[in-house]
Design a protein. Structure first.
Lengths: 287, 262
């Protein structure tokens, strides 16, 4: 029903390109003050920043739920402004922060099939994509459960599965770990990593800096409607002042590394493994 | 929905300061007056008086027009249709077959339209100058059960919240390729299930949390409540009440006792 727009790719390297987008909400709040962004296929990007920094507004501009007040967005080589949200949904999926805002079906399977059916996929393909999404999120045993009766962690998995089933190249996850316990987070992140390894581009909107340090390949720090820093995780964590000015706290391991700076430990440490390595090399480097 | 929420205009005018109970009574008296008055001239005078009160309450022209826009269509319809269905009196202006239009028919159509304008706009005197909190406190003081008042207050308080939730739900489903304005009627109504179910679920979850929150703050622990801010009638409020009472009593006296046509 909704024809998949052909993807022309004048710039093979970048799947999404945002040119100087500004967004002003009704009522005059300037949520984005000129954002430039190029997103490579297969990347794992974390967008971090304090509340009200423009993370969600930026993400909504990428899928056309909000249209930039000025500037433009290219998705798969097409101008996003010329496509409807449903057409853009072929390329960009968006799992909302609150899964309860999207679950409505009687069974998990029905729920997951809703998106691909909307895109007009033939039945066989719908089943294939839905089964794959359900398997990826580890929901095989819950296929005939009522989604709304599941725990928050599982509801969130269902909502993410229902986006994966549409098979978009880019998947935006808006604070997927809020309200989950450590085990649920680890479980969810394993599935999300698998998704990235399959070739999907992931955009993770989060406050959780440990998550960023462990999983992201690229970190975008936003503050006040602008991109403050765009780098790999170690680089993003080396400037404590910058992090704190954007209302962020670096992961504990990075803070530890900063405290150990006088012993020759570098400041751009993002994971426990990296810290262990640098401690070992700092020791062995000593006479 | 949000239009309704925005009705109150911040201000410190005479009307803002008047006790909300007096305002409620005044509005009821003026409404009764609009129903009693039969002549177009007096109704126009009443409408002018109501608009004057709105202006005194700092209602801007734009806001007053927004308020009247809601009934404008009904008014136009009545003015056009009334003469066709009320072909009484003379002089007859136009006659063709069963269609007959008389001058009194046209006048009474306009009269009814003006009466509706009065009845609709008079409530804005109250709504533009009274906060929801004061309005509910007044209703409770006038005899509404406190639980009902609280229920109403919560309902009004959550309207914008639910507006935002519905928008978020719609966005979430649009991101899943759903299109609200395409497809057959059956498909569209099926689509609305995808919005309706999450809305109801969110509403129930919110209601449950809210009732627990109320209970945990000892709601209903005592039958007799005390209030942080009580309503007190000032001399000016009594004077205002007397003024609006006279405004109703005098025409009633004139019409039903003295048999003066008004």
């Amino acid at each position: 029903m909704i024809p998949r727009p052909s993807s022309r790719r004048p710039d093979e390297n970048f799947f999404i390109v945002a040119h100087d987008i500004k967004y002003v909400y009704e009522g005059g709040i300037e949520a984005l003050k000129g954002v430039n962004l190029r997103i490579k296929s297969g990347d794992f990007i974390a967008i971090v920043g304090g509340n009200g920094s423009g993370k969600t507004t930026l993400a909504k501009n990428l899928i056309g739920l909000l249209r930039p007040t000025s500037g433009s967005v290219d998705v798969a080589g097409n101008r996003a402004e010329k496509m409807t949200v449903a057409e853009l949904a072929h390329f960009v999926g968006y799992a909302f922060q609150n899964p309860d805002h999207q679950l409505f079906s009687g069974t998990v399977e029905e729920e997951v099939r809703f998106g691909p059916r909307n895109l007009g996929m033939p039945d066989a393909e719908v089943s294939k994509k839905a089964d794959h999404a359900i398997a990826l999120m580890g929901l095989q045993n819950l296929k005939s459960e009522q989604p709304l009766s599941l725990t928050l962690g599982l509801r969130r998995k269902v909502s993410i599965a229902s986006v994966i089933a549409m098979d978009p190249q880019v998947i935006i996850l808006d604070e997927p770990t809020t309200g989950l316990d450590a085990e649920e987070i680890a479980d969810l992140m394993t599935s999300i990593r698998a998704l990235n390894e399959e070739g999907h581009t992931l955009i993770l909107i989060t406050h959780d800096m440990r998550l960023v340090a462990q999983h992201a390949k690229r970190v975008i720090i936003m503050a006040n409607g602008r991109i403050l820093l765009d780098s790999d995780p170690p680089g993003a964590f080396s400037d404590l002042g910058l992090l704190r000015s954007s209302k962020l706290e670096p992961p504990p391991v990075t803070q530890l590394a900063h405290s150990l700076a006088e012993f020759g430990i570098p400041k751009d440490i993002a994971t426990a493994e990296a810290l262990v390595e640098s401690i070992i090399s700092a020791r062995s480097g000593r006479p | 929905m949000t239009g309704f929420m925005d009705l109150y205009t911040e201000g410190n005018t005479f009307l803002h300061r008047t006790d909300p109970r007096v305002k409620i009574l005044a509005v009821l008296f003026l409404s009764a007056l609009a129903l009693i008055i039969g002549s177009l001239e007096y109704l126009l005078a009443l409408l002018a008086f109501i608009l004057l009160l709105l202006a005194l309450g700092r209602a801007t022209l734009a806001k007053t027009f927004f308020a009247l826009k809601l009934v404008l269509r009904v008014m136009v319809l009545i003015v056009i249709l009334w003469p066709f269905f009320n072909p009484s009196g003379s002089p007859v202006l136009f006659e063709y077959g069963i269609i007959k239009i008389t001058e009194p028919g046209i006048v009474s159509g306009i009269t009814v339209a003006v009466r509706i304008a009065c009845l609709a706009s008079v409530w804005y005197i109250l709504m533009f100058t009274t906060t929801q909190r004061d309005l509910l406190r007044a209703l409770v003081k006038l005899g509404l059960r406190f639980d009902f008042g609280l229920t109403l207050a919560i309902a009004l308080r959550f309207l914008p919240t639910f507006g935002a939730i519905v928008n978020s739900i719609k966005d979430a489903q649009r991101a899943r390729g759903m299109e609200f304005d395409r497809g057959s009627l059956v498909k569209r109504s099926k689509n609305y299930v995808a919005v309706l179910v999450p809305t109801i679920v969110s509403a129930l979850r919110t209601a449950e949390t809210l009732s627990l929150a109320l209970q945990s703050r000892a709601y209903g622990a005592r039958k007799d409540r005390t209030y942080l801010r009580d309503l007190n009638m000032r001399p000016a409020d009594y004077a205002t009440l007397a003024f609006f009472s006279l405004l109703l009593i005098l025409p009633v006296f004139a019409k039903y006792v003295l048999q003066v046509s008004i």
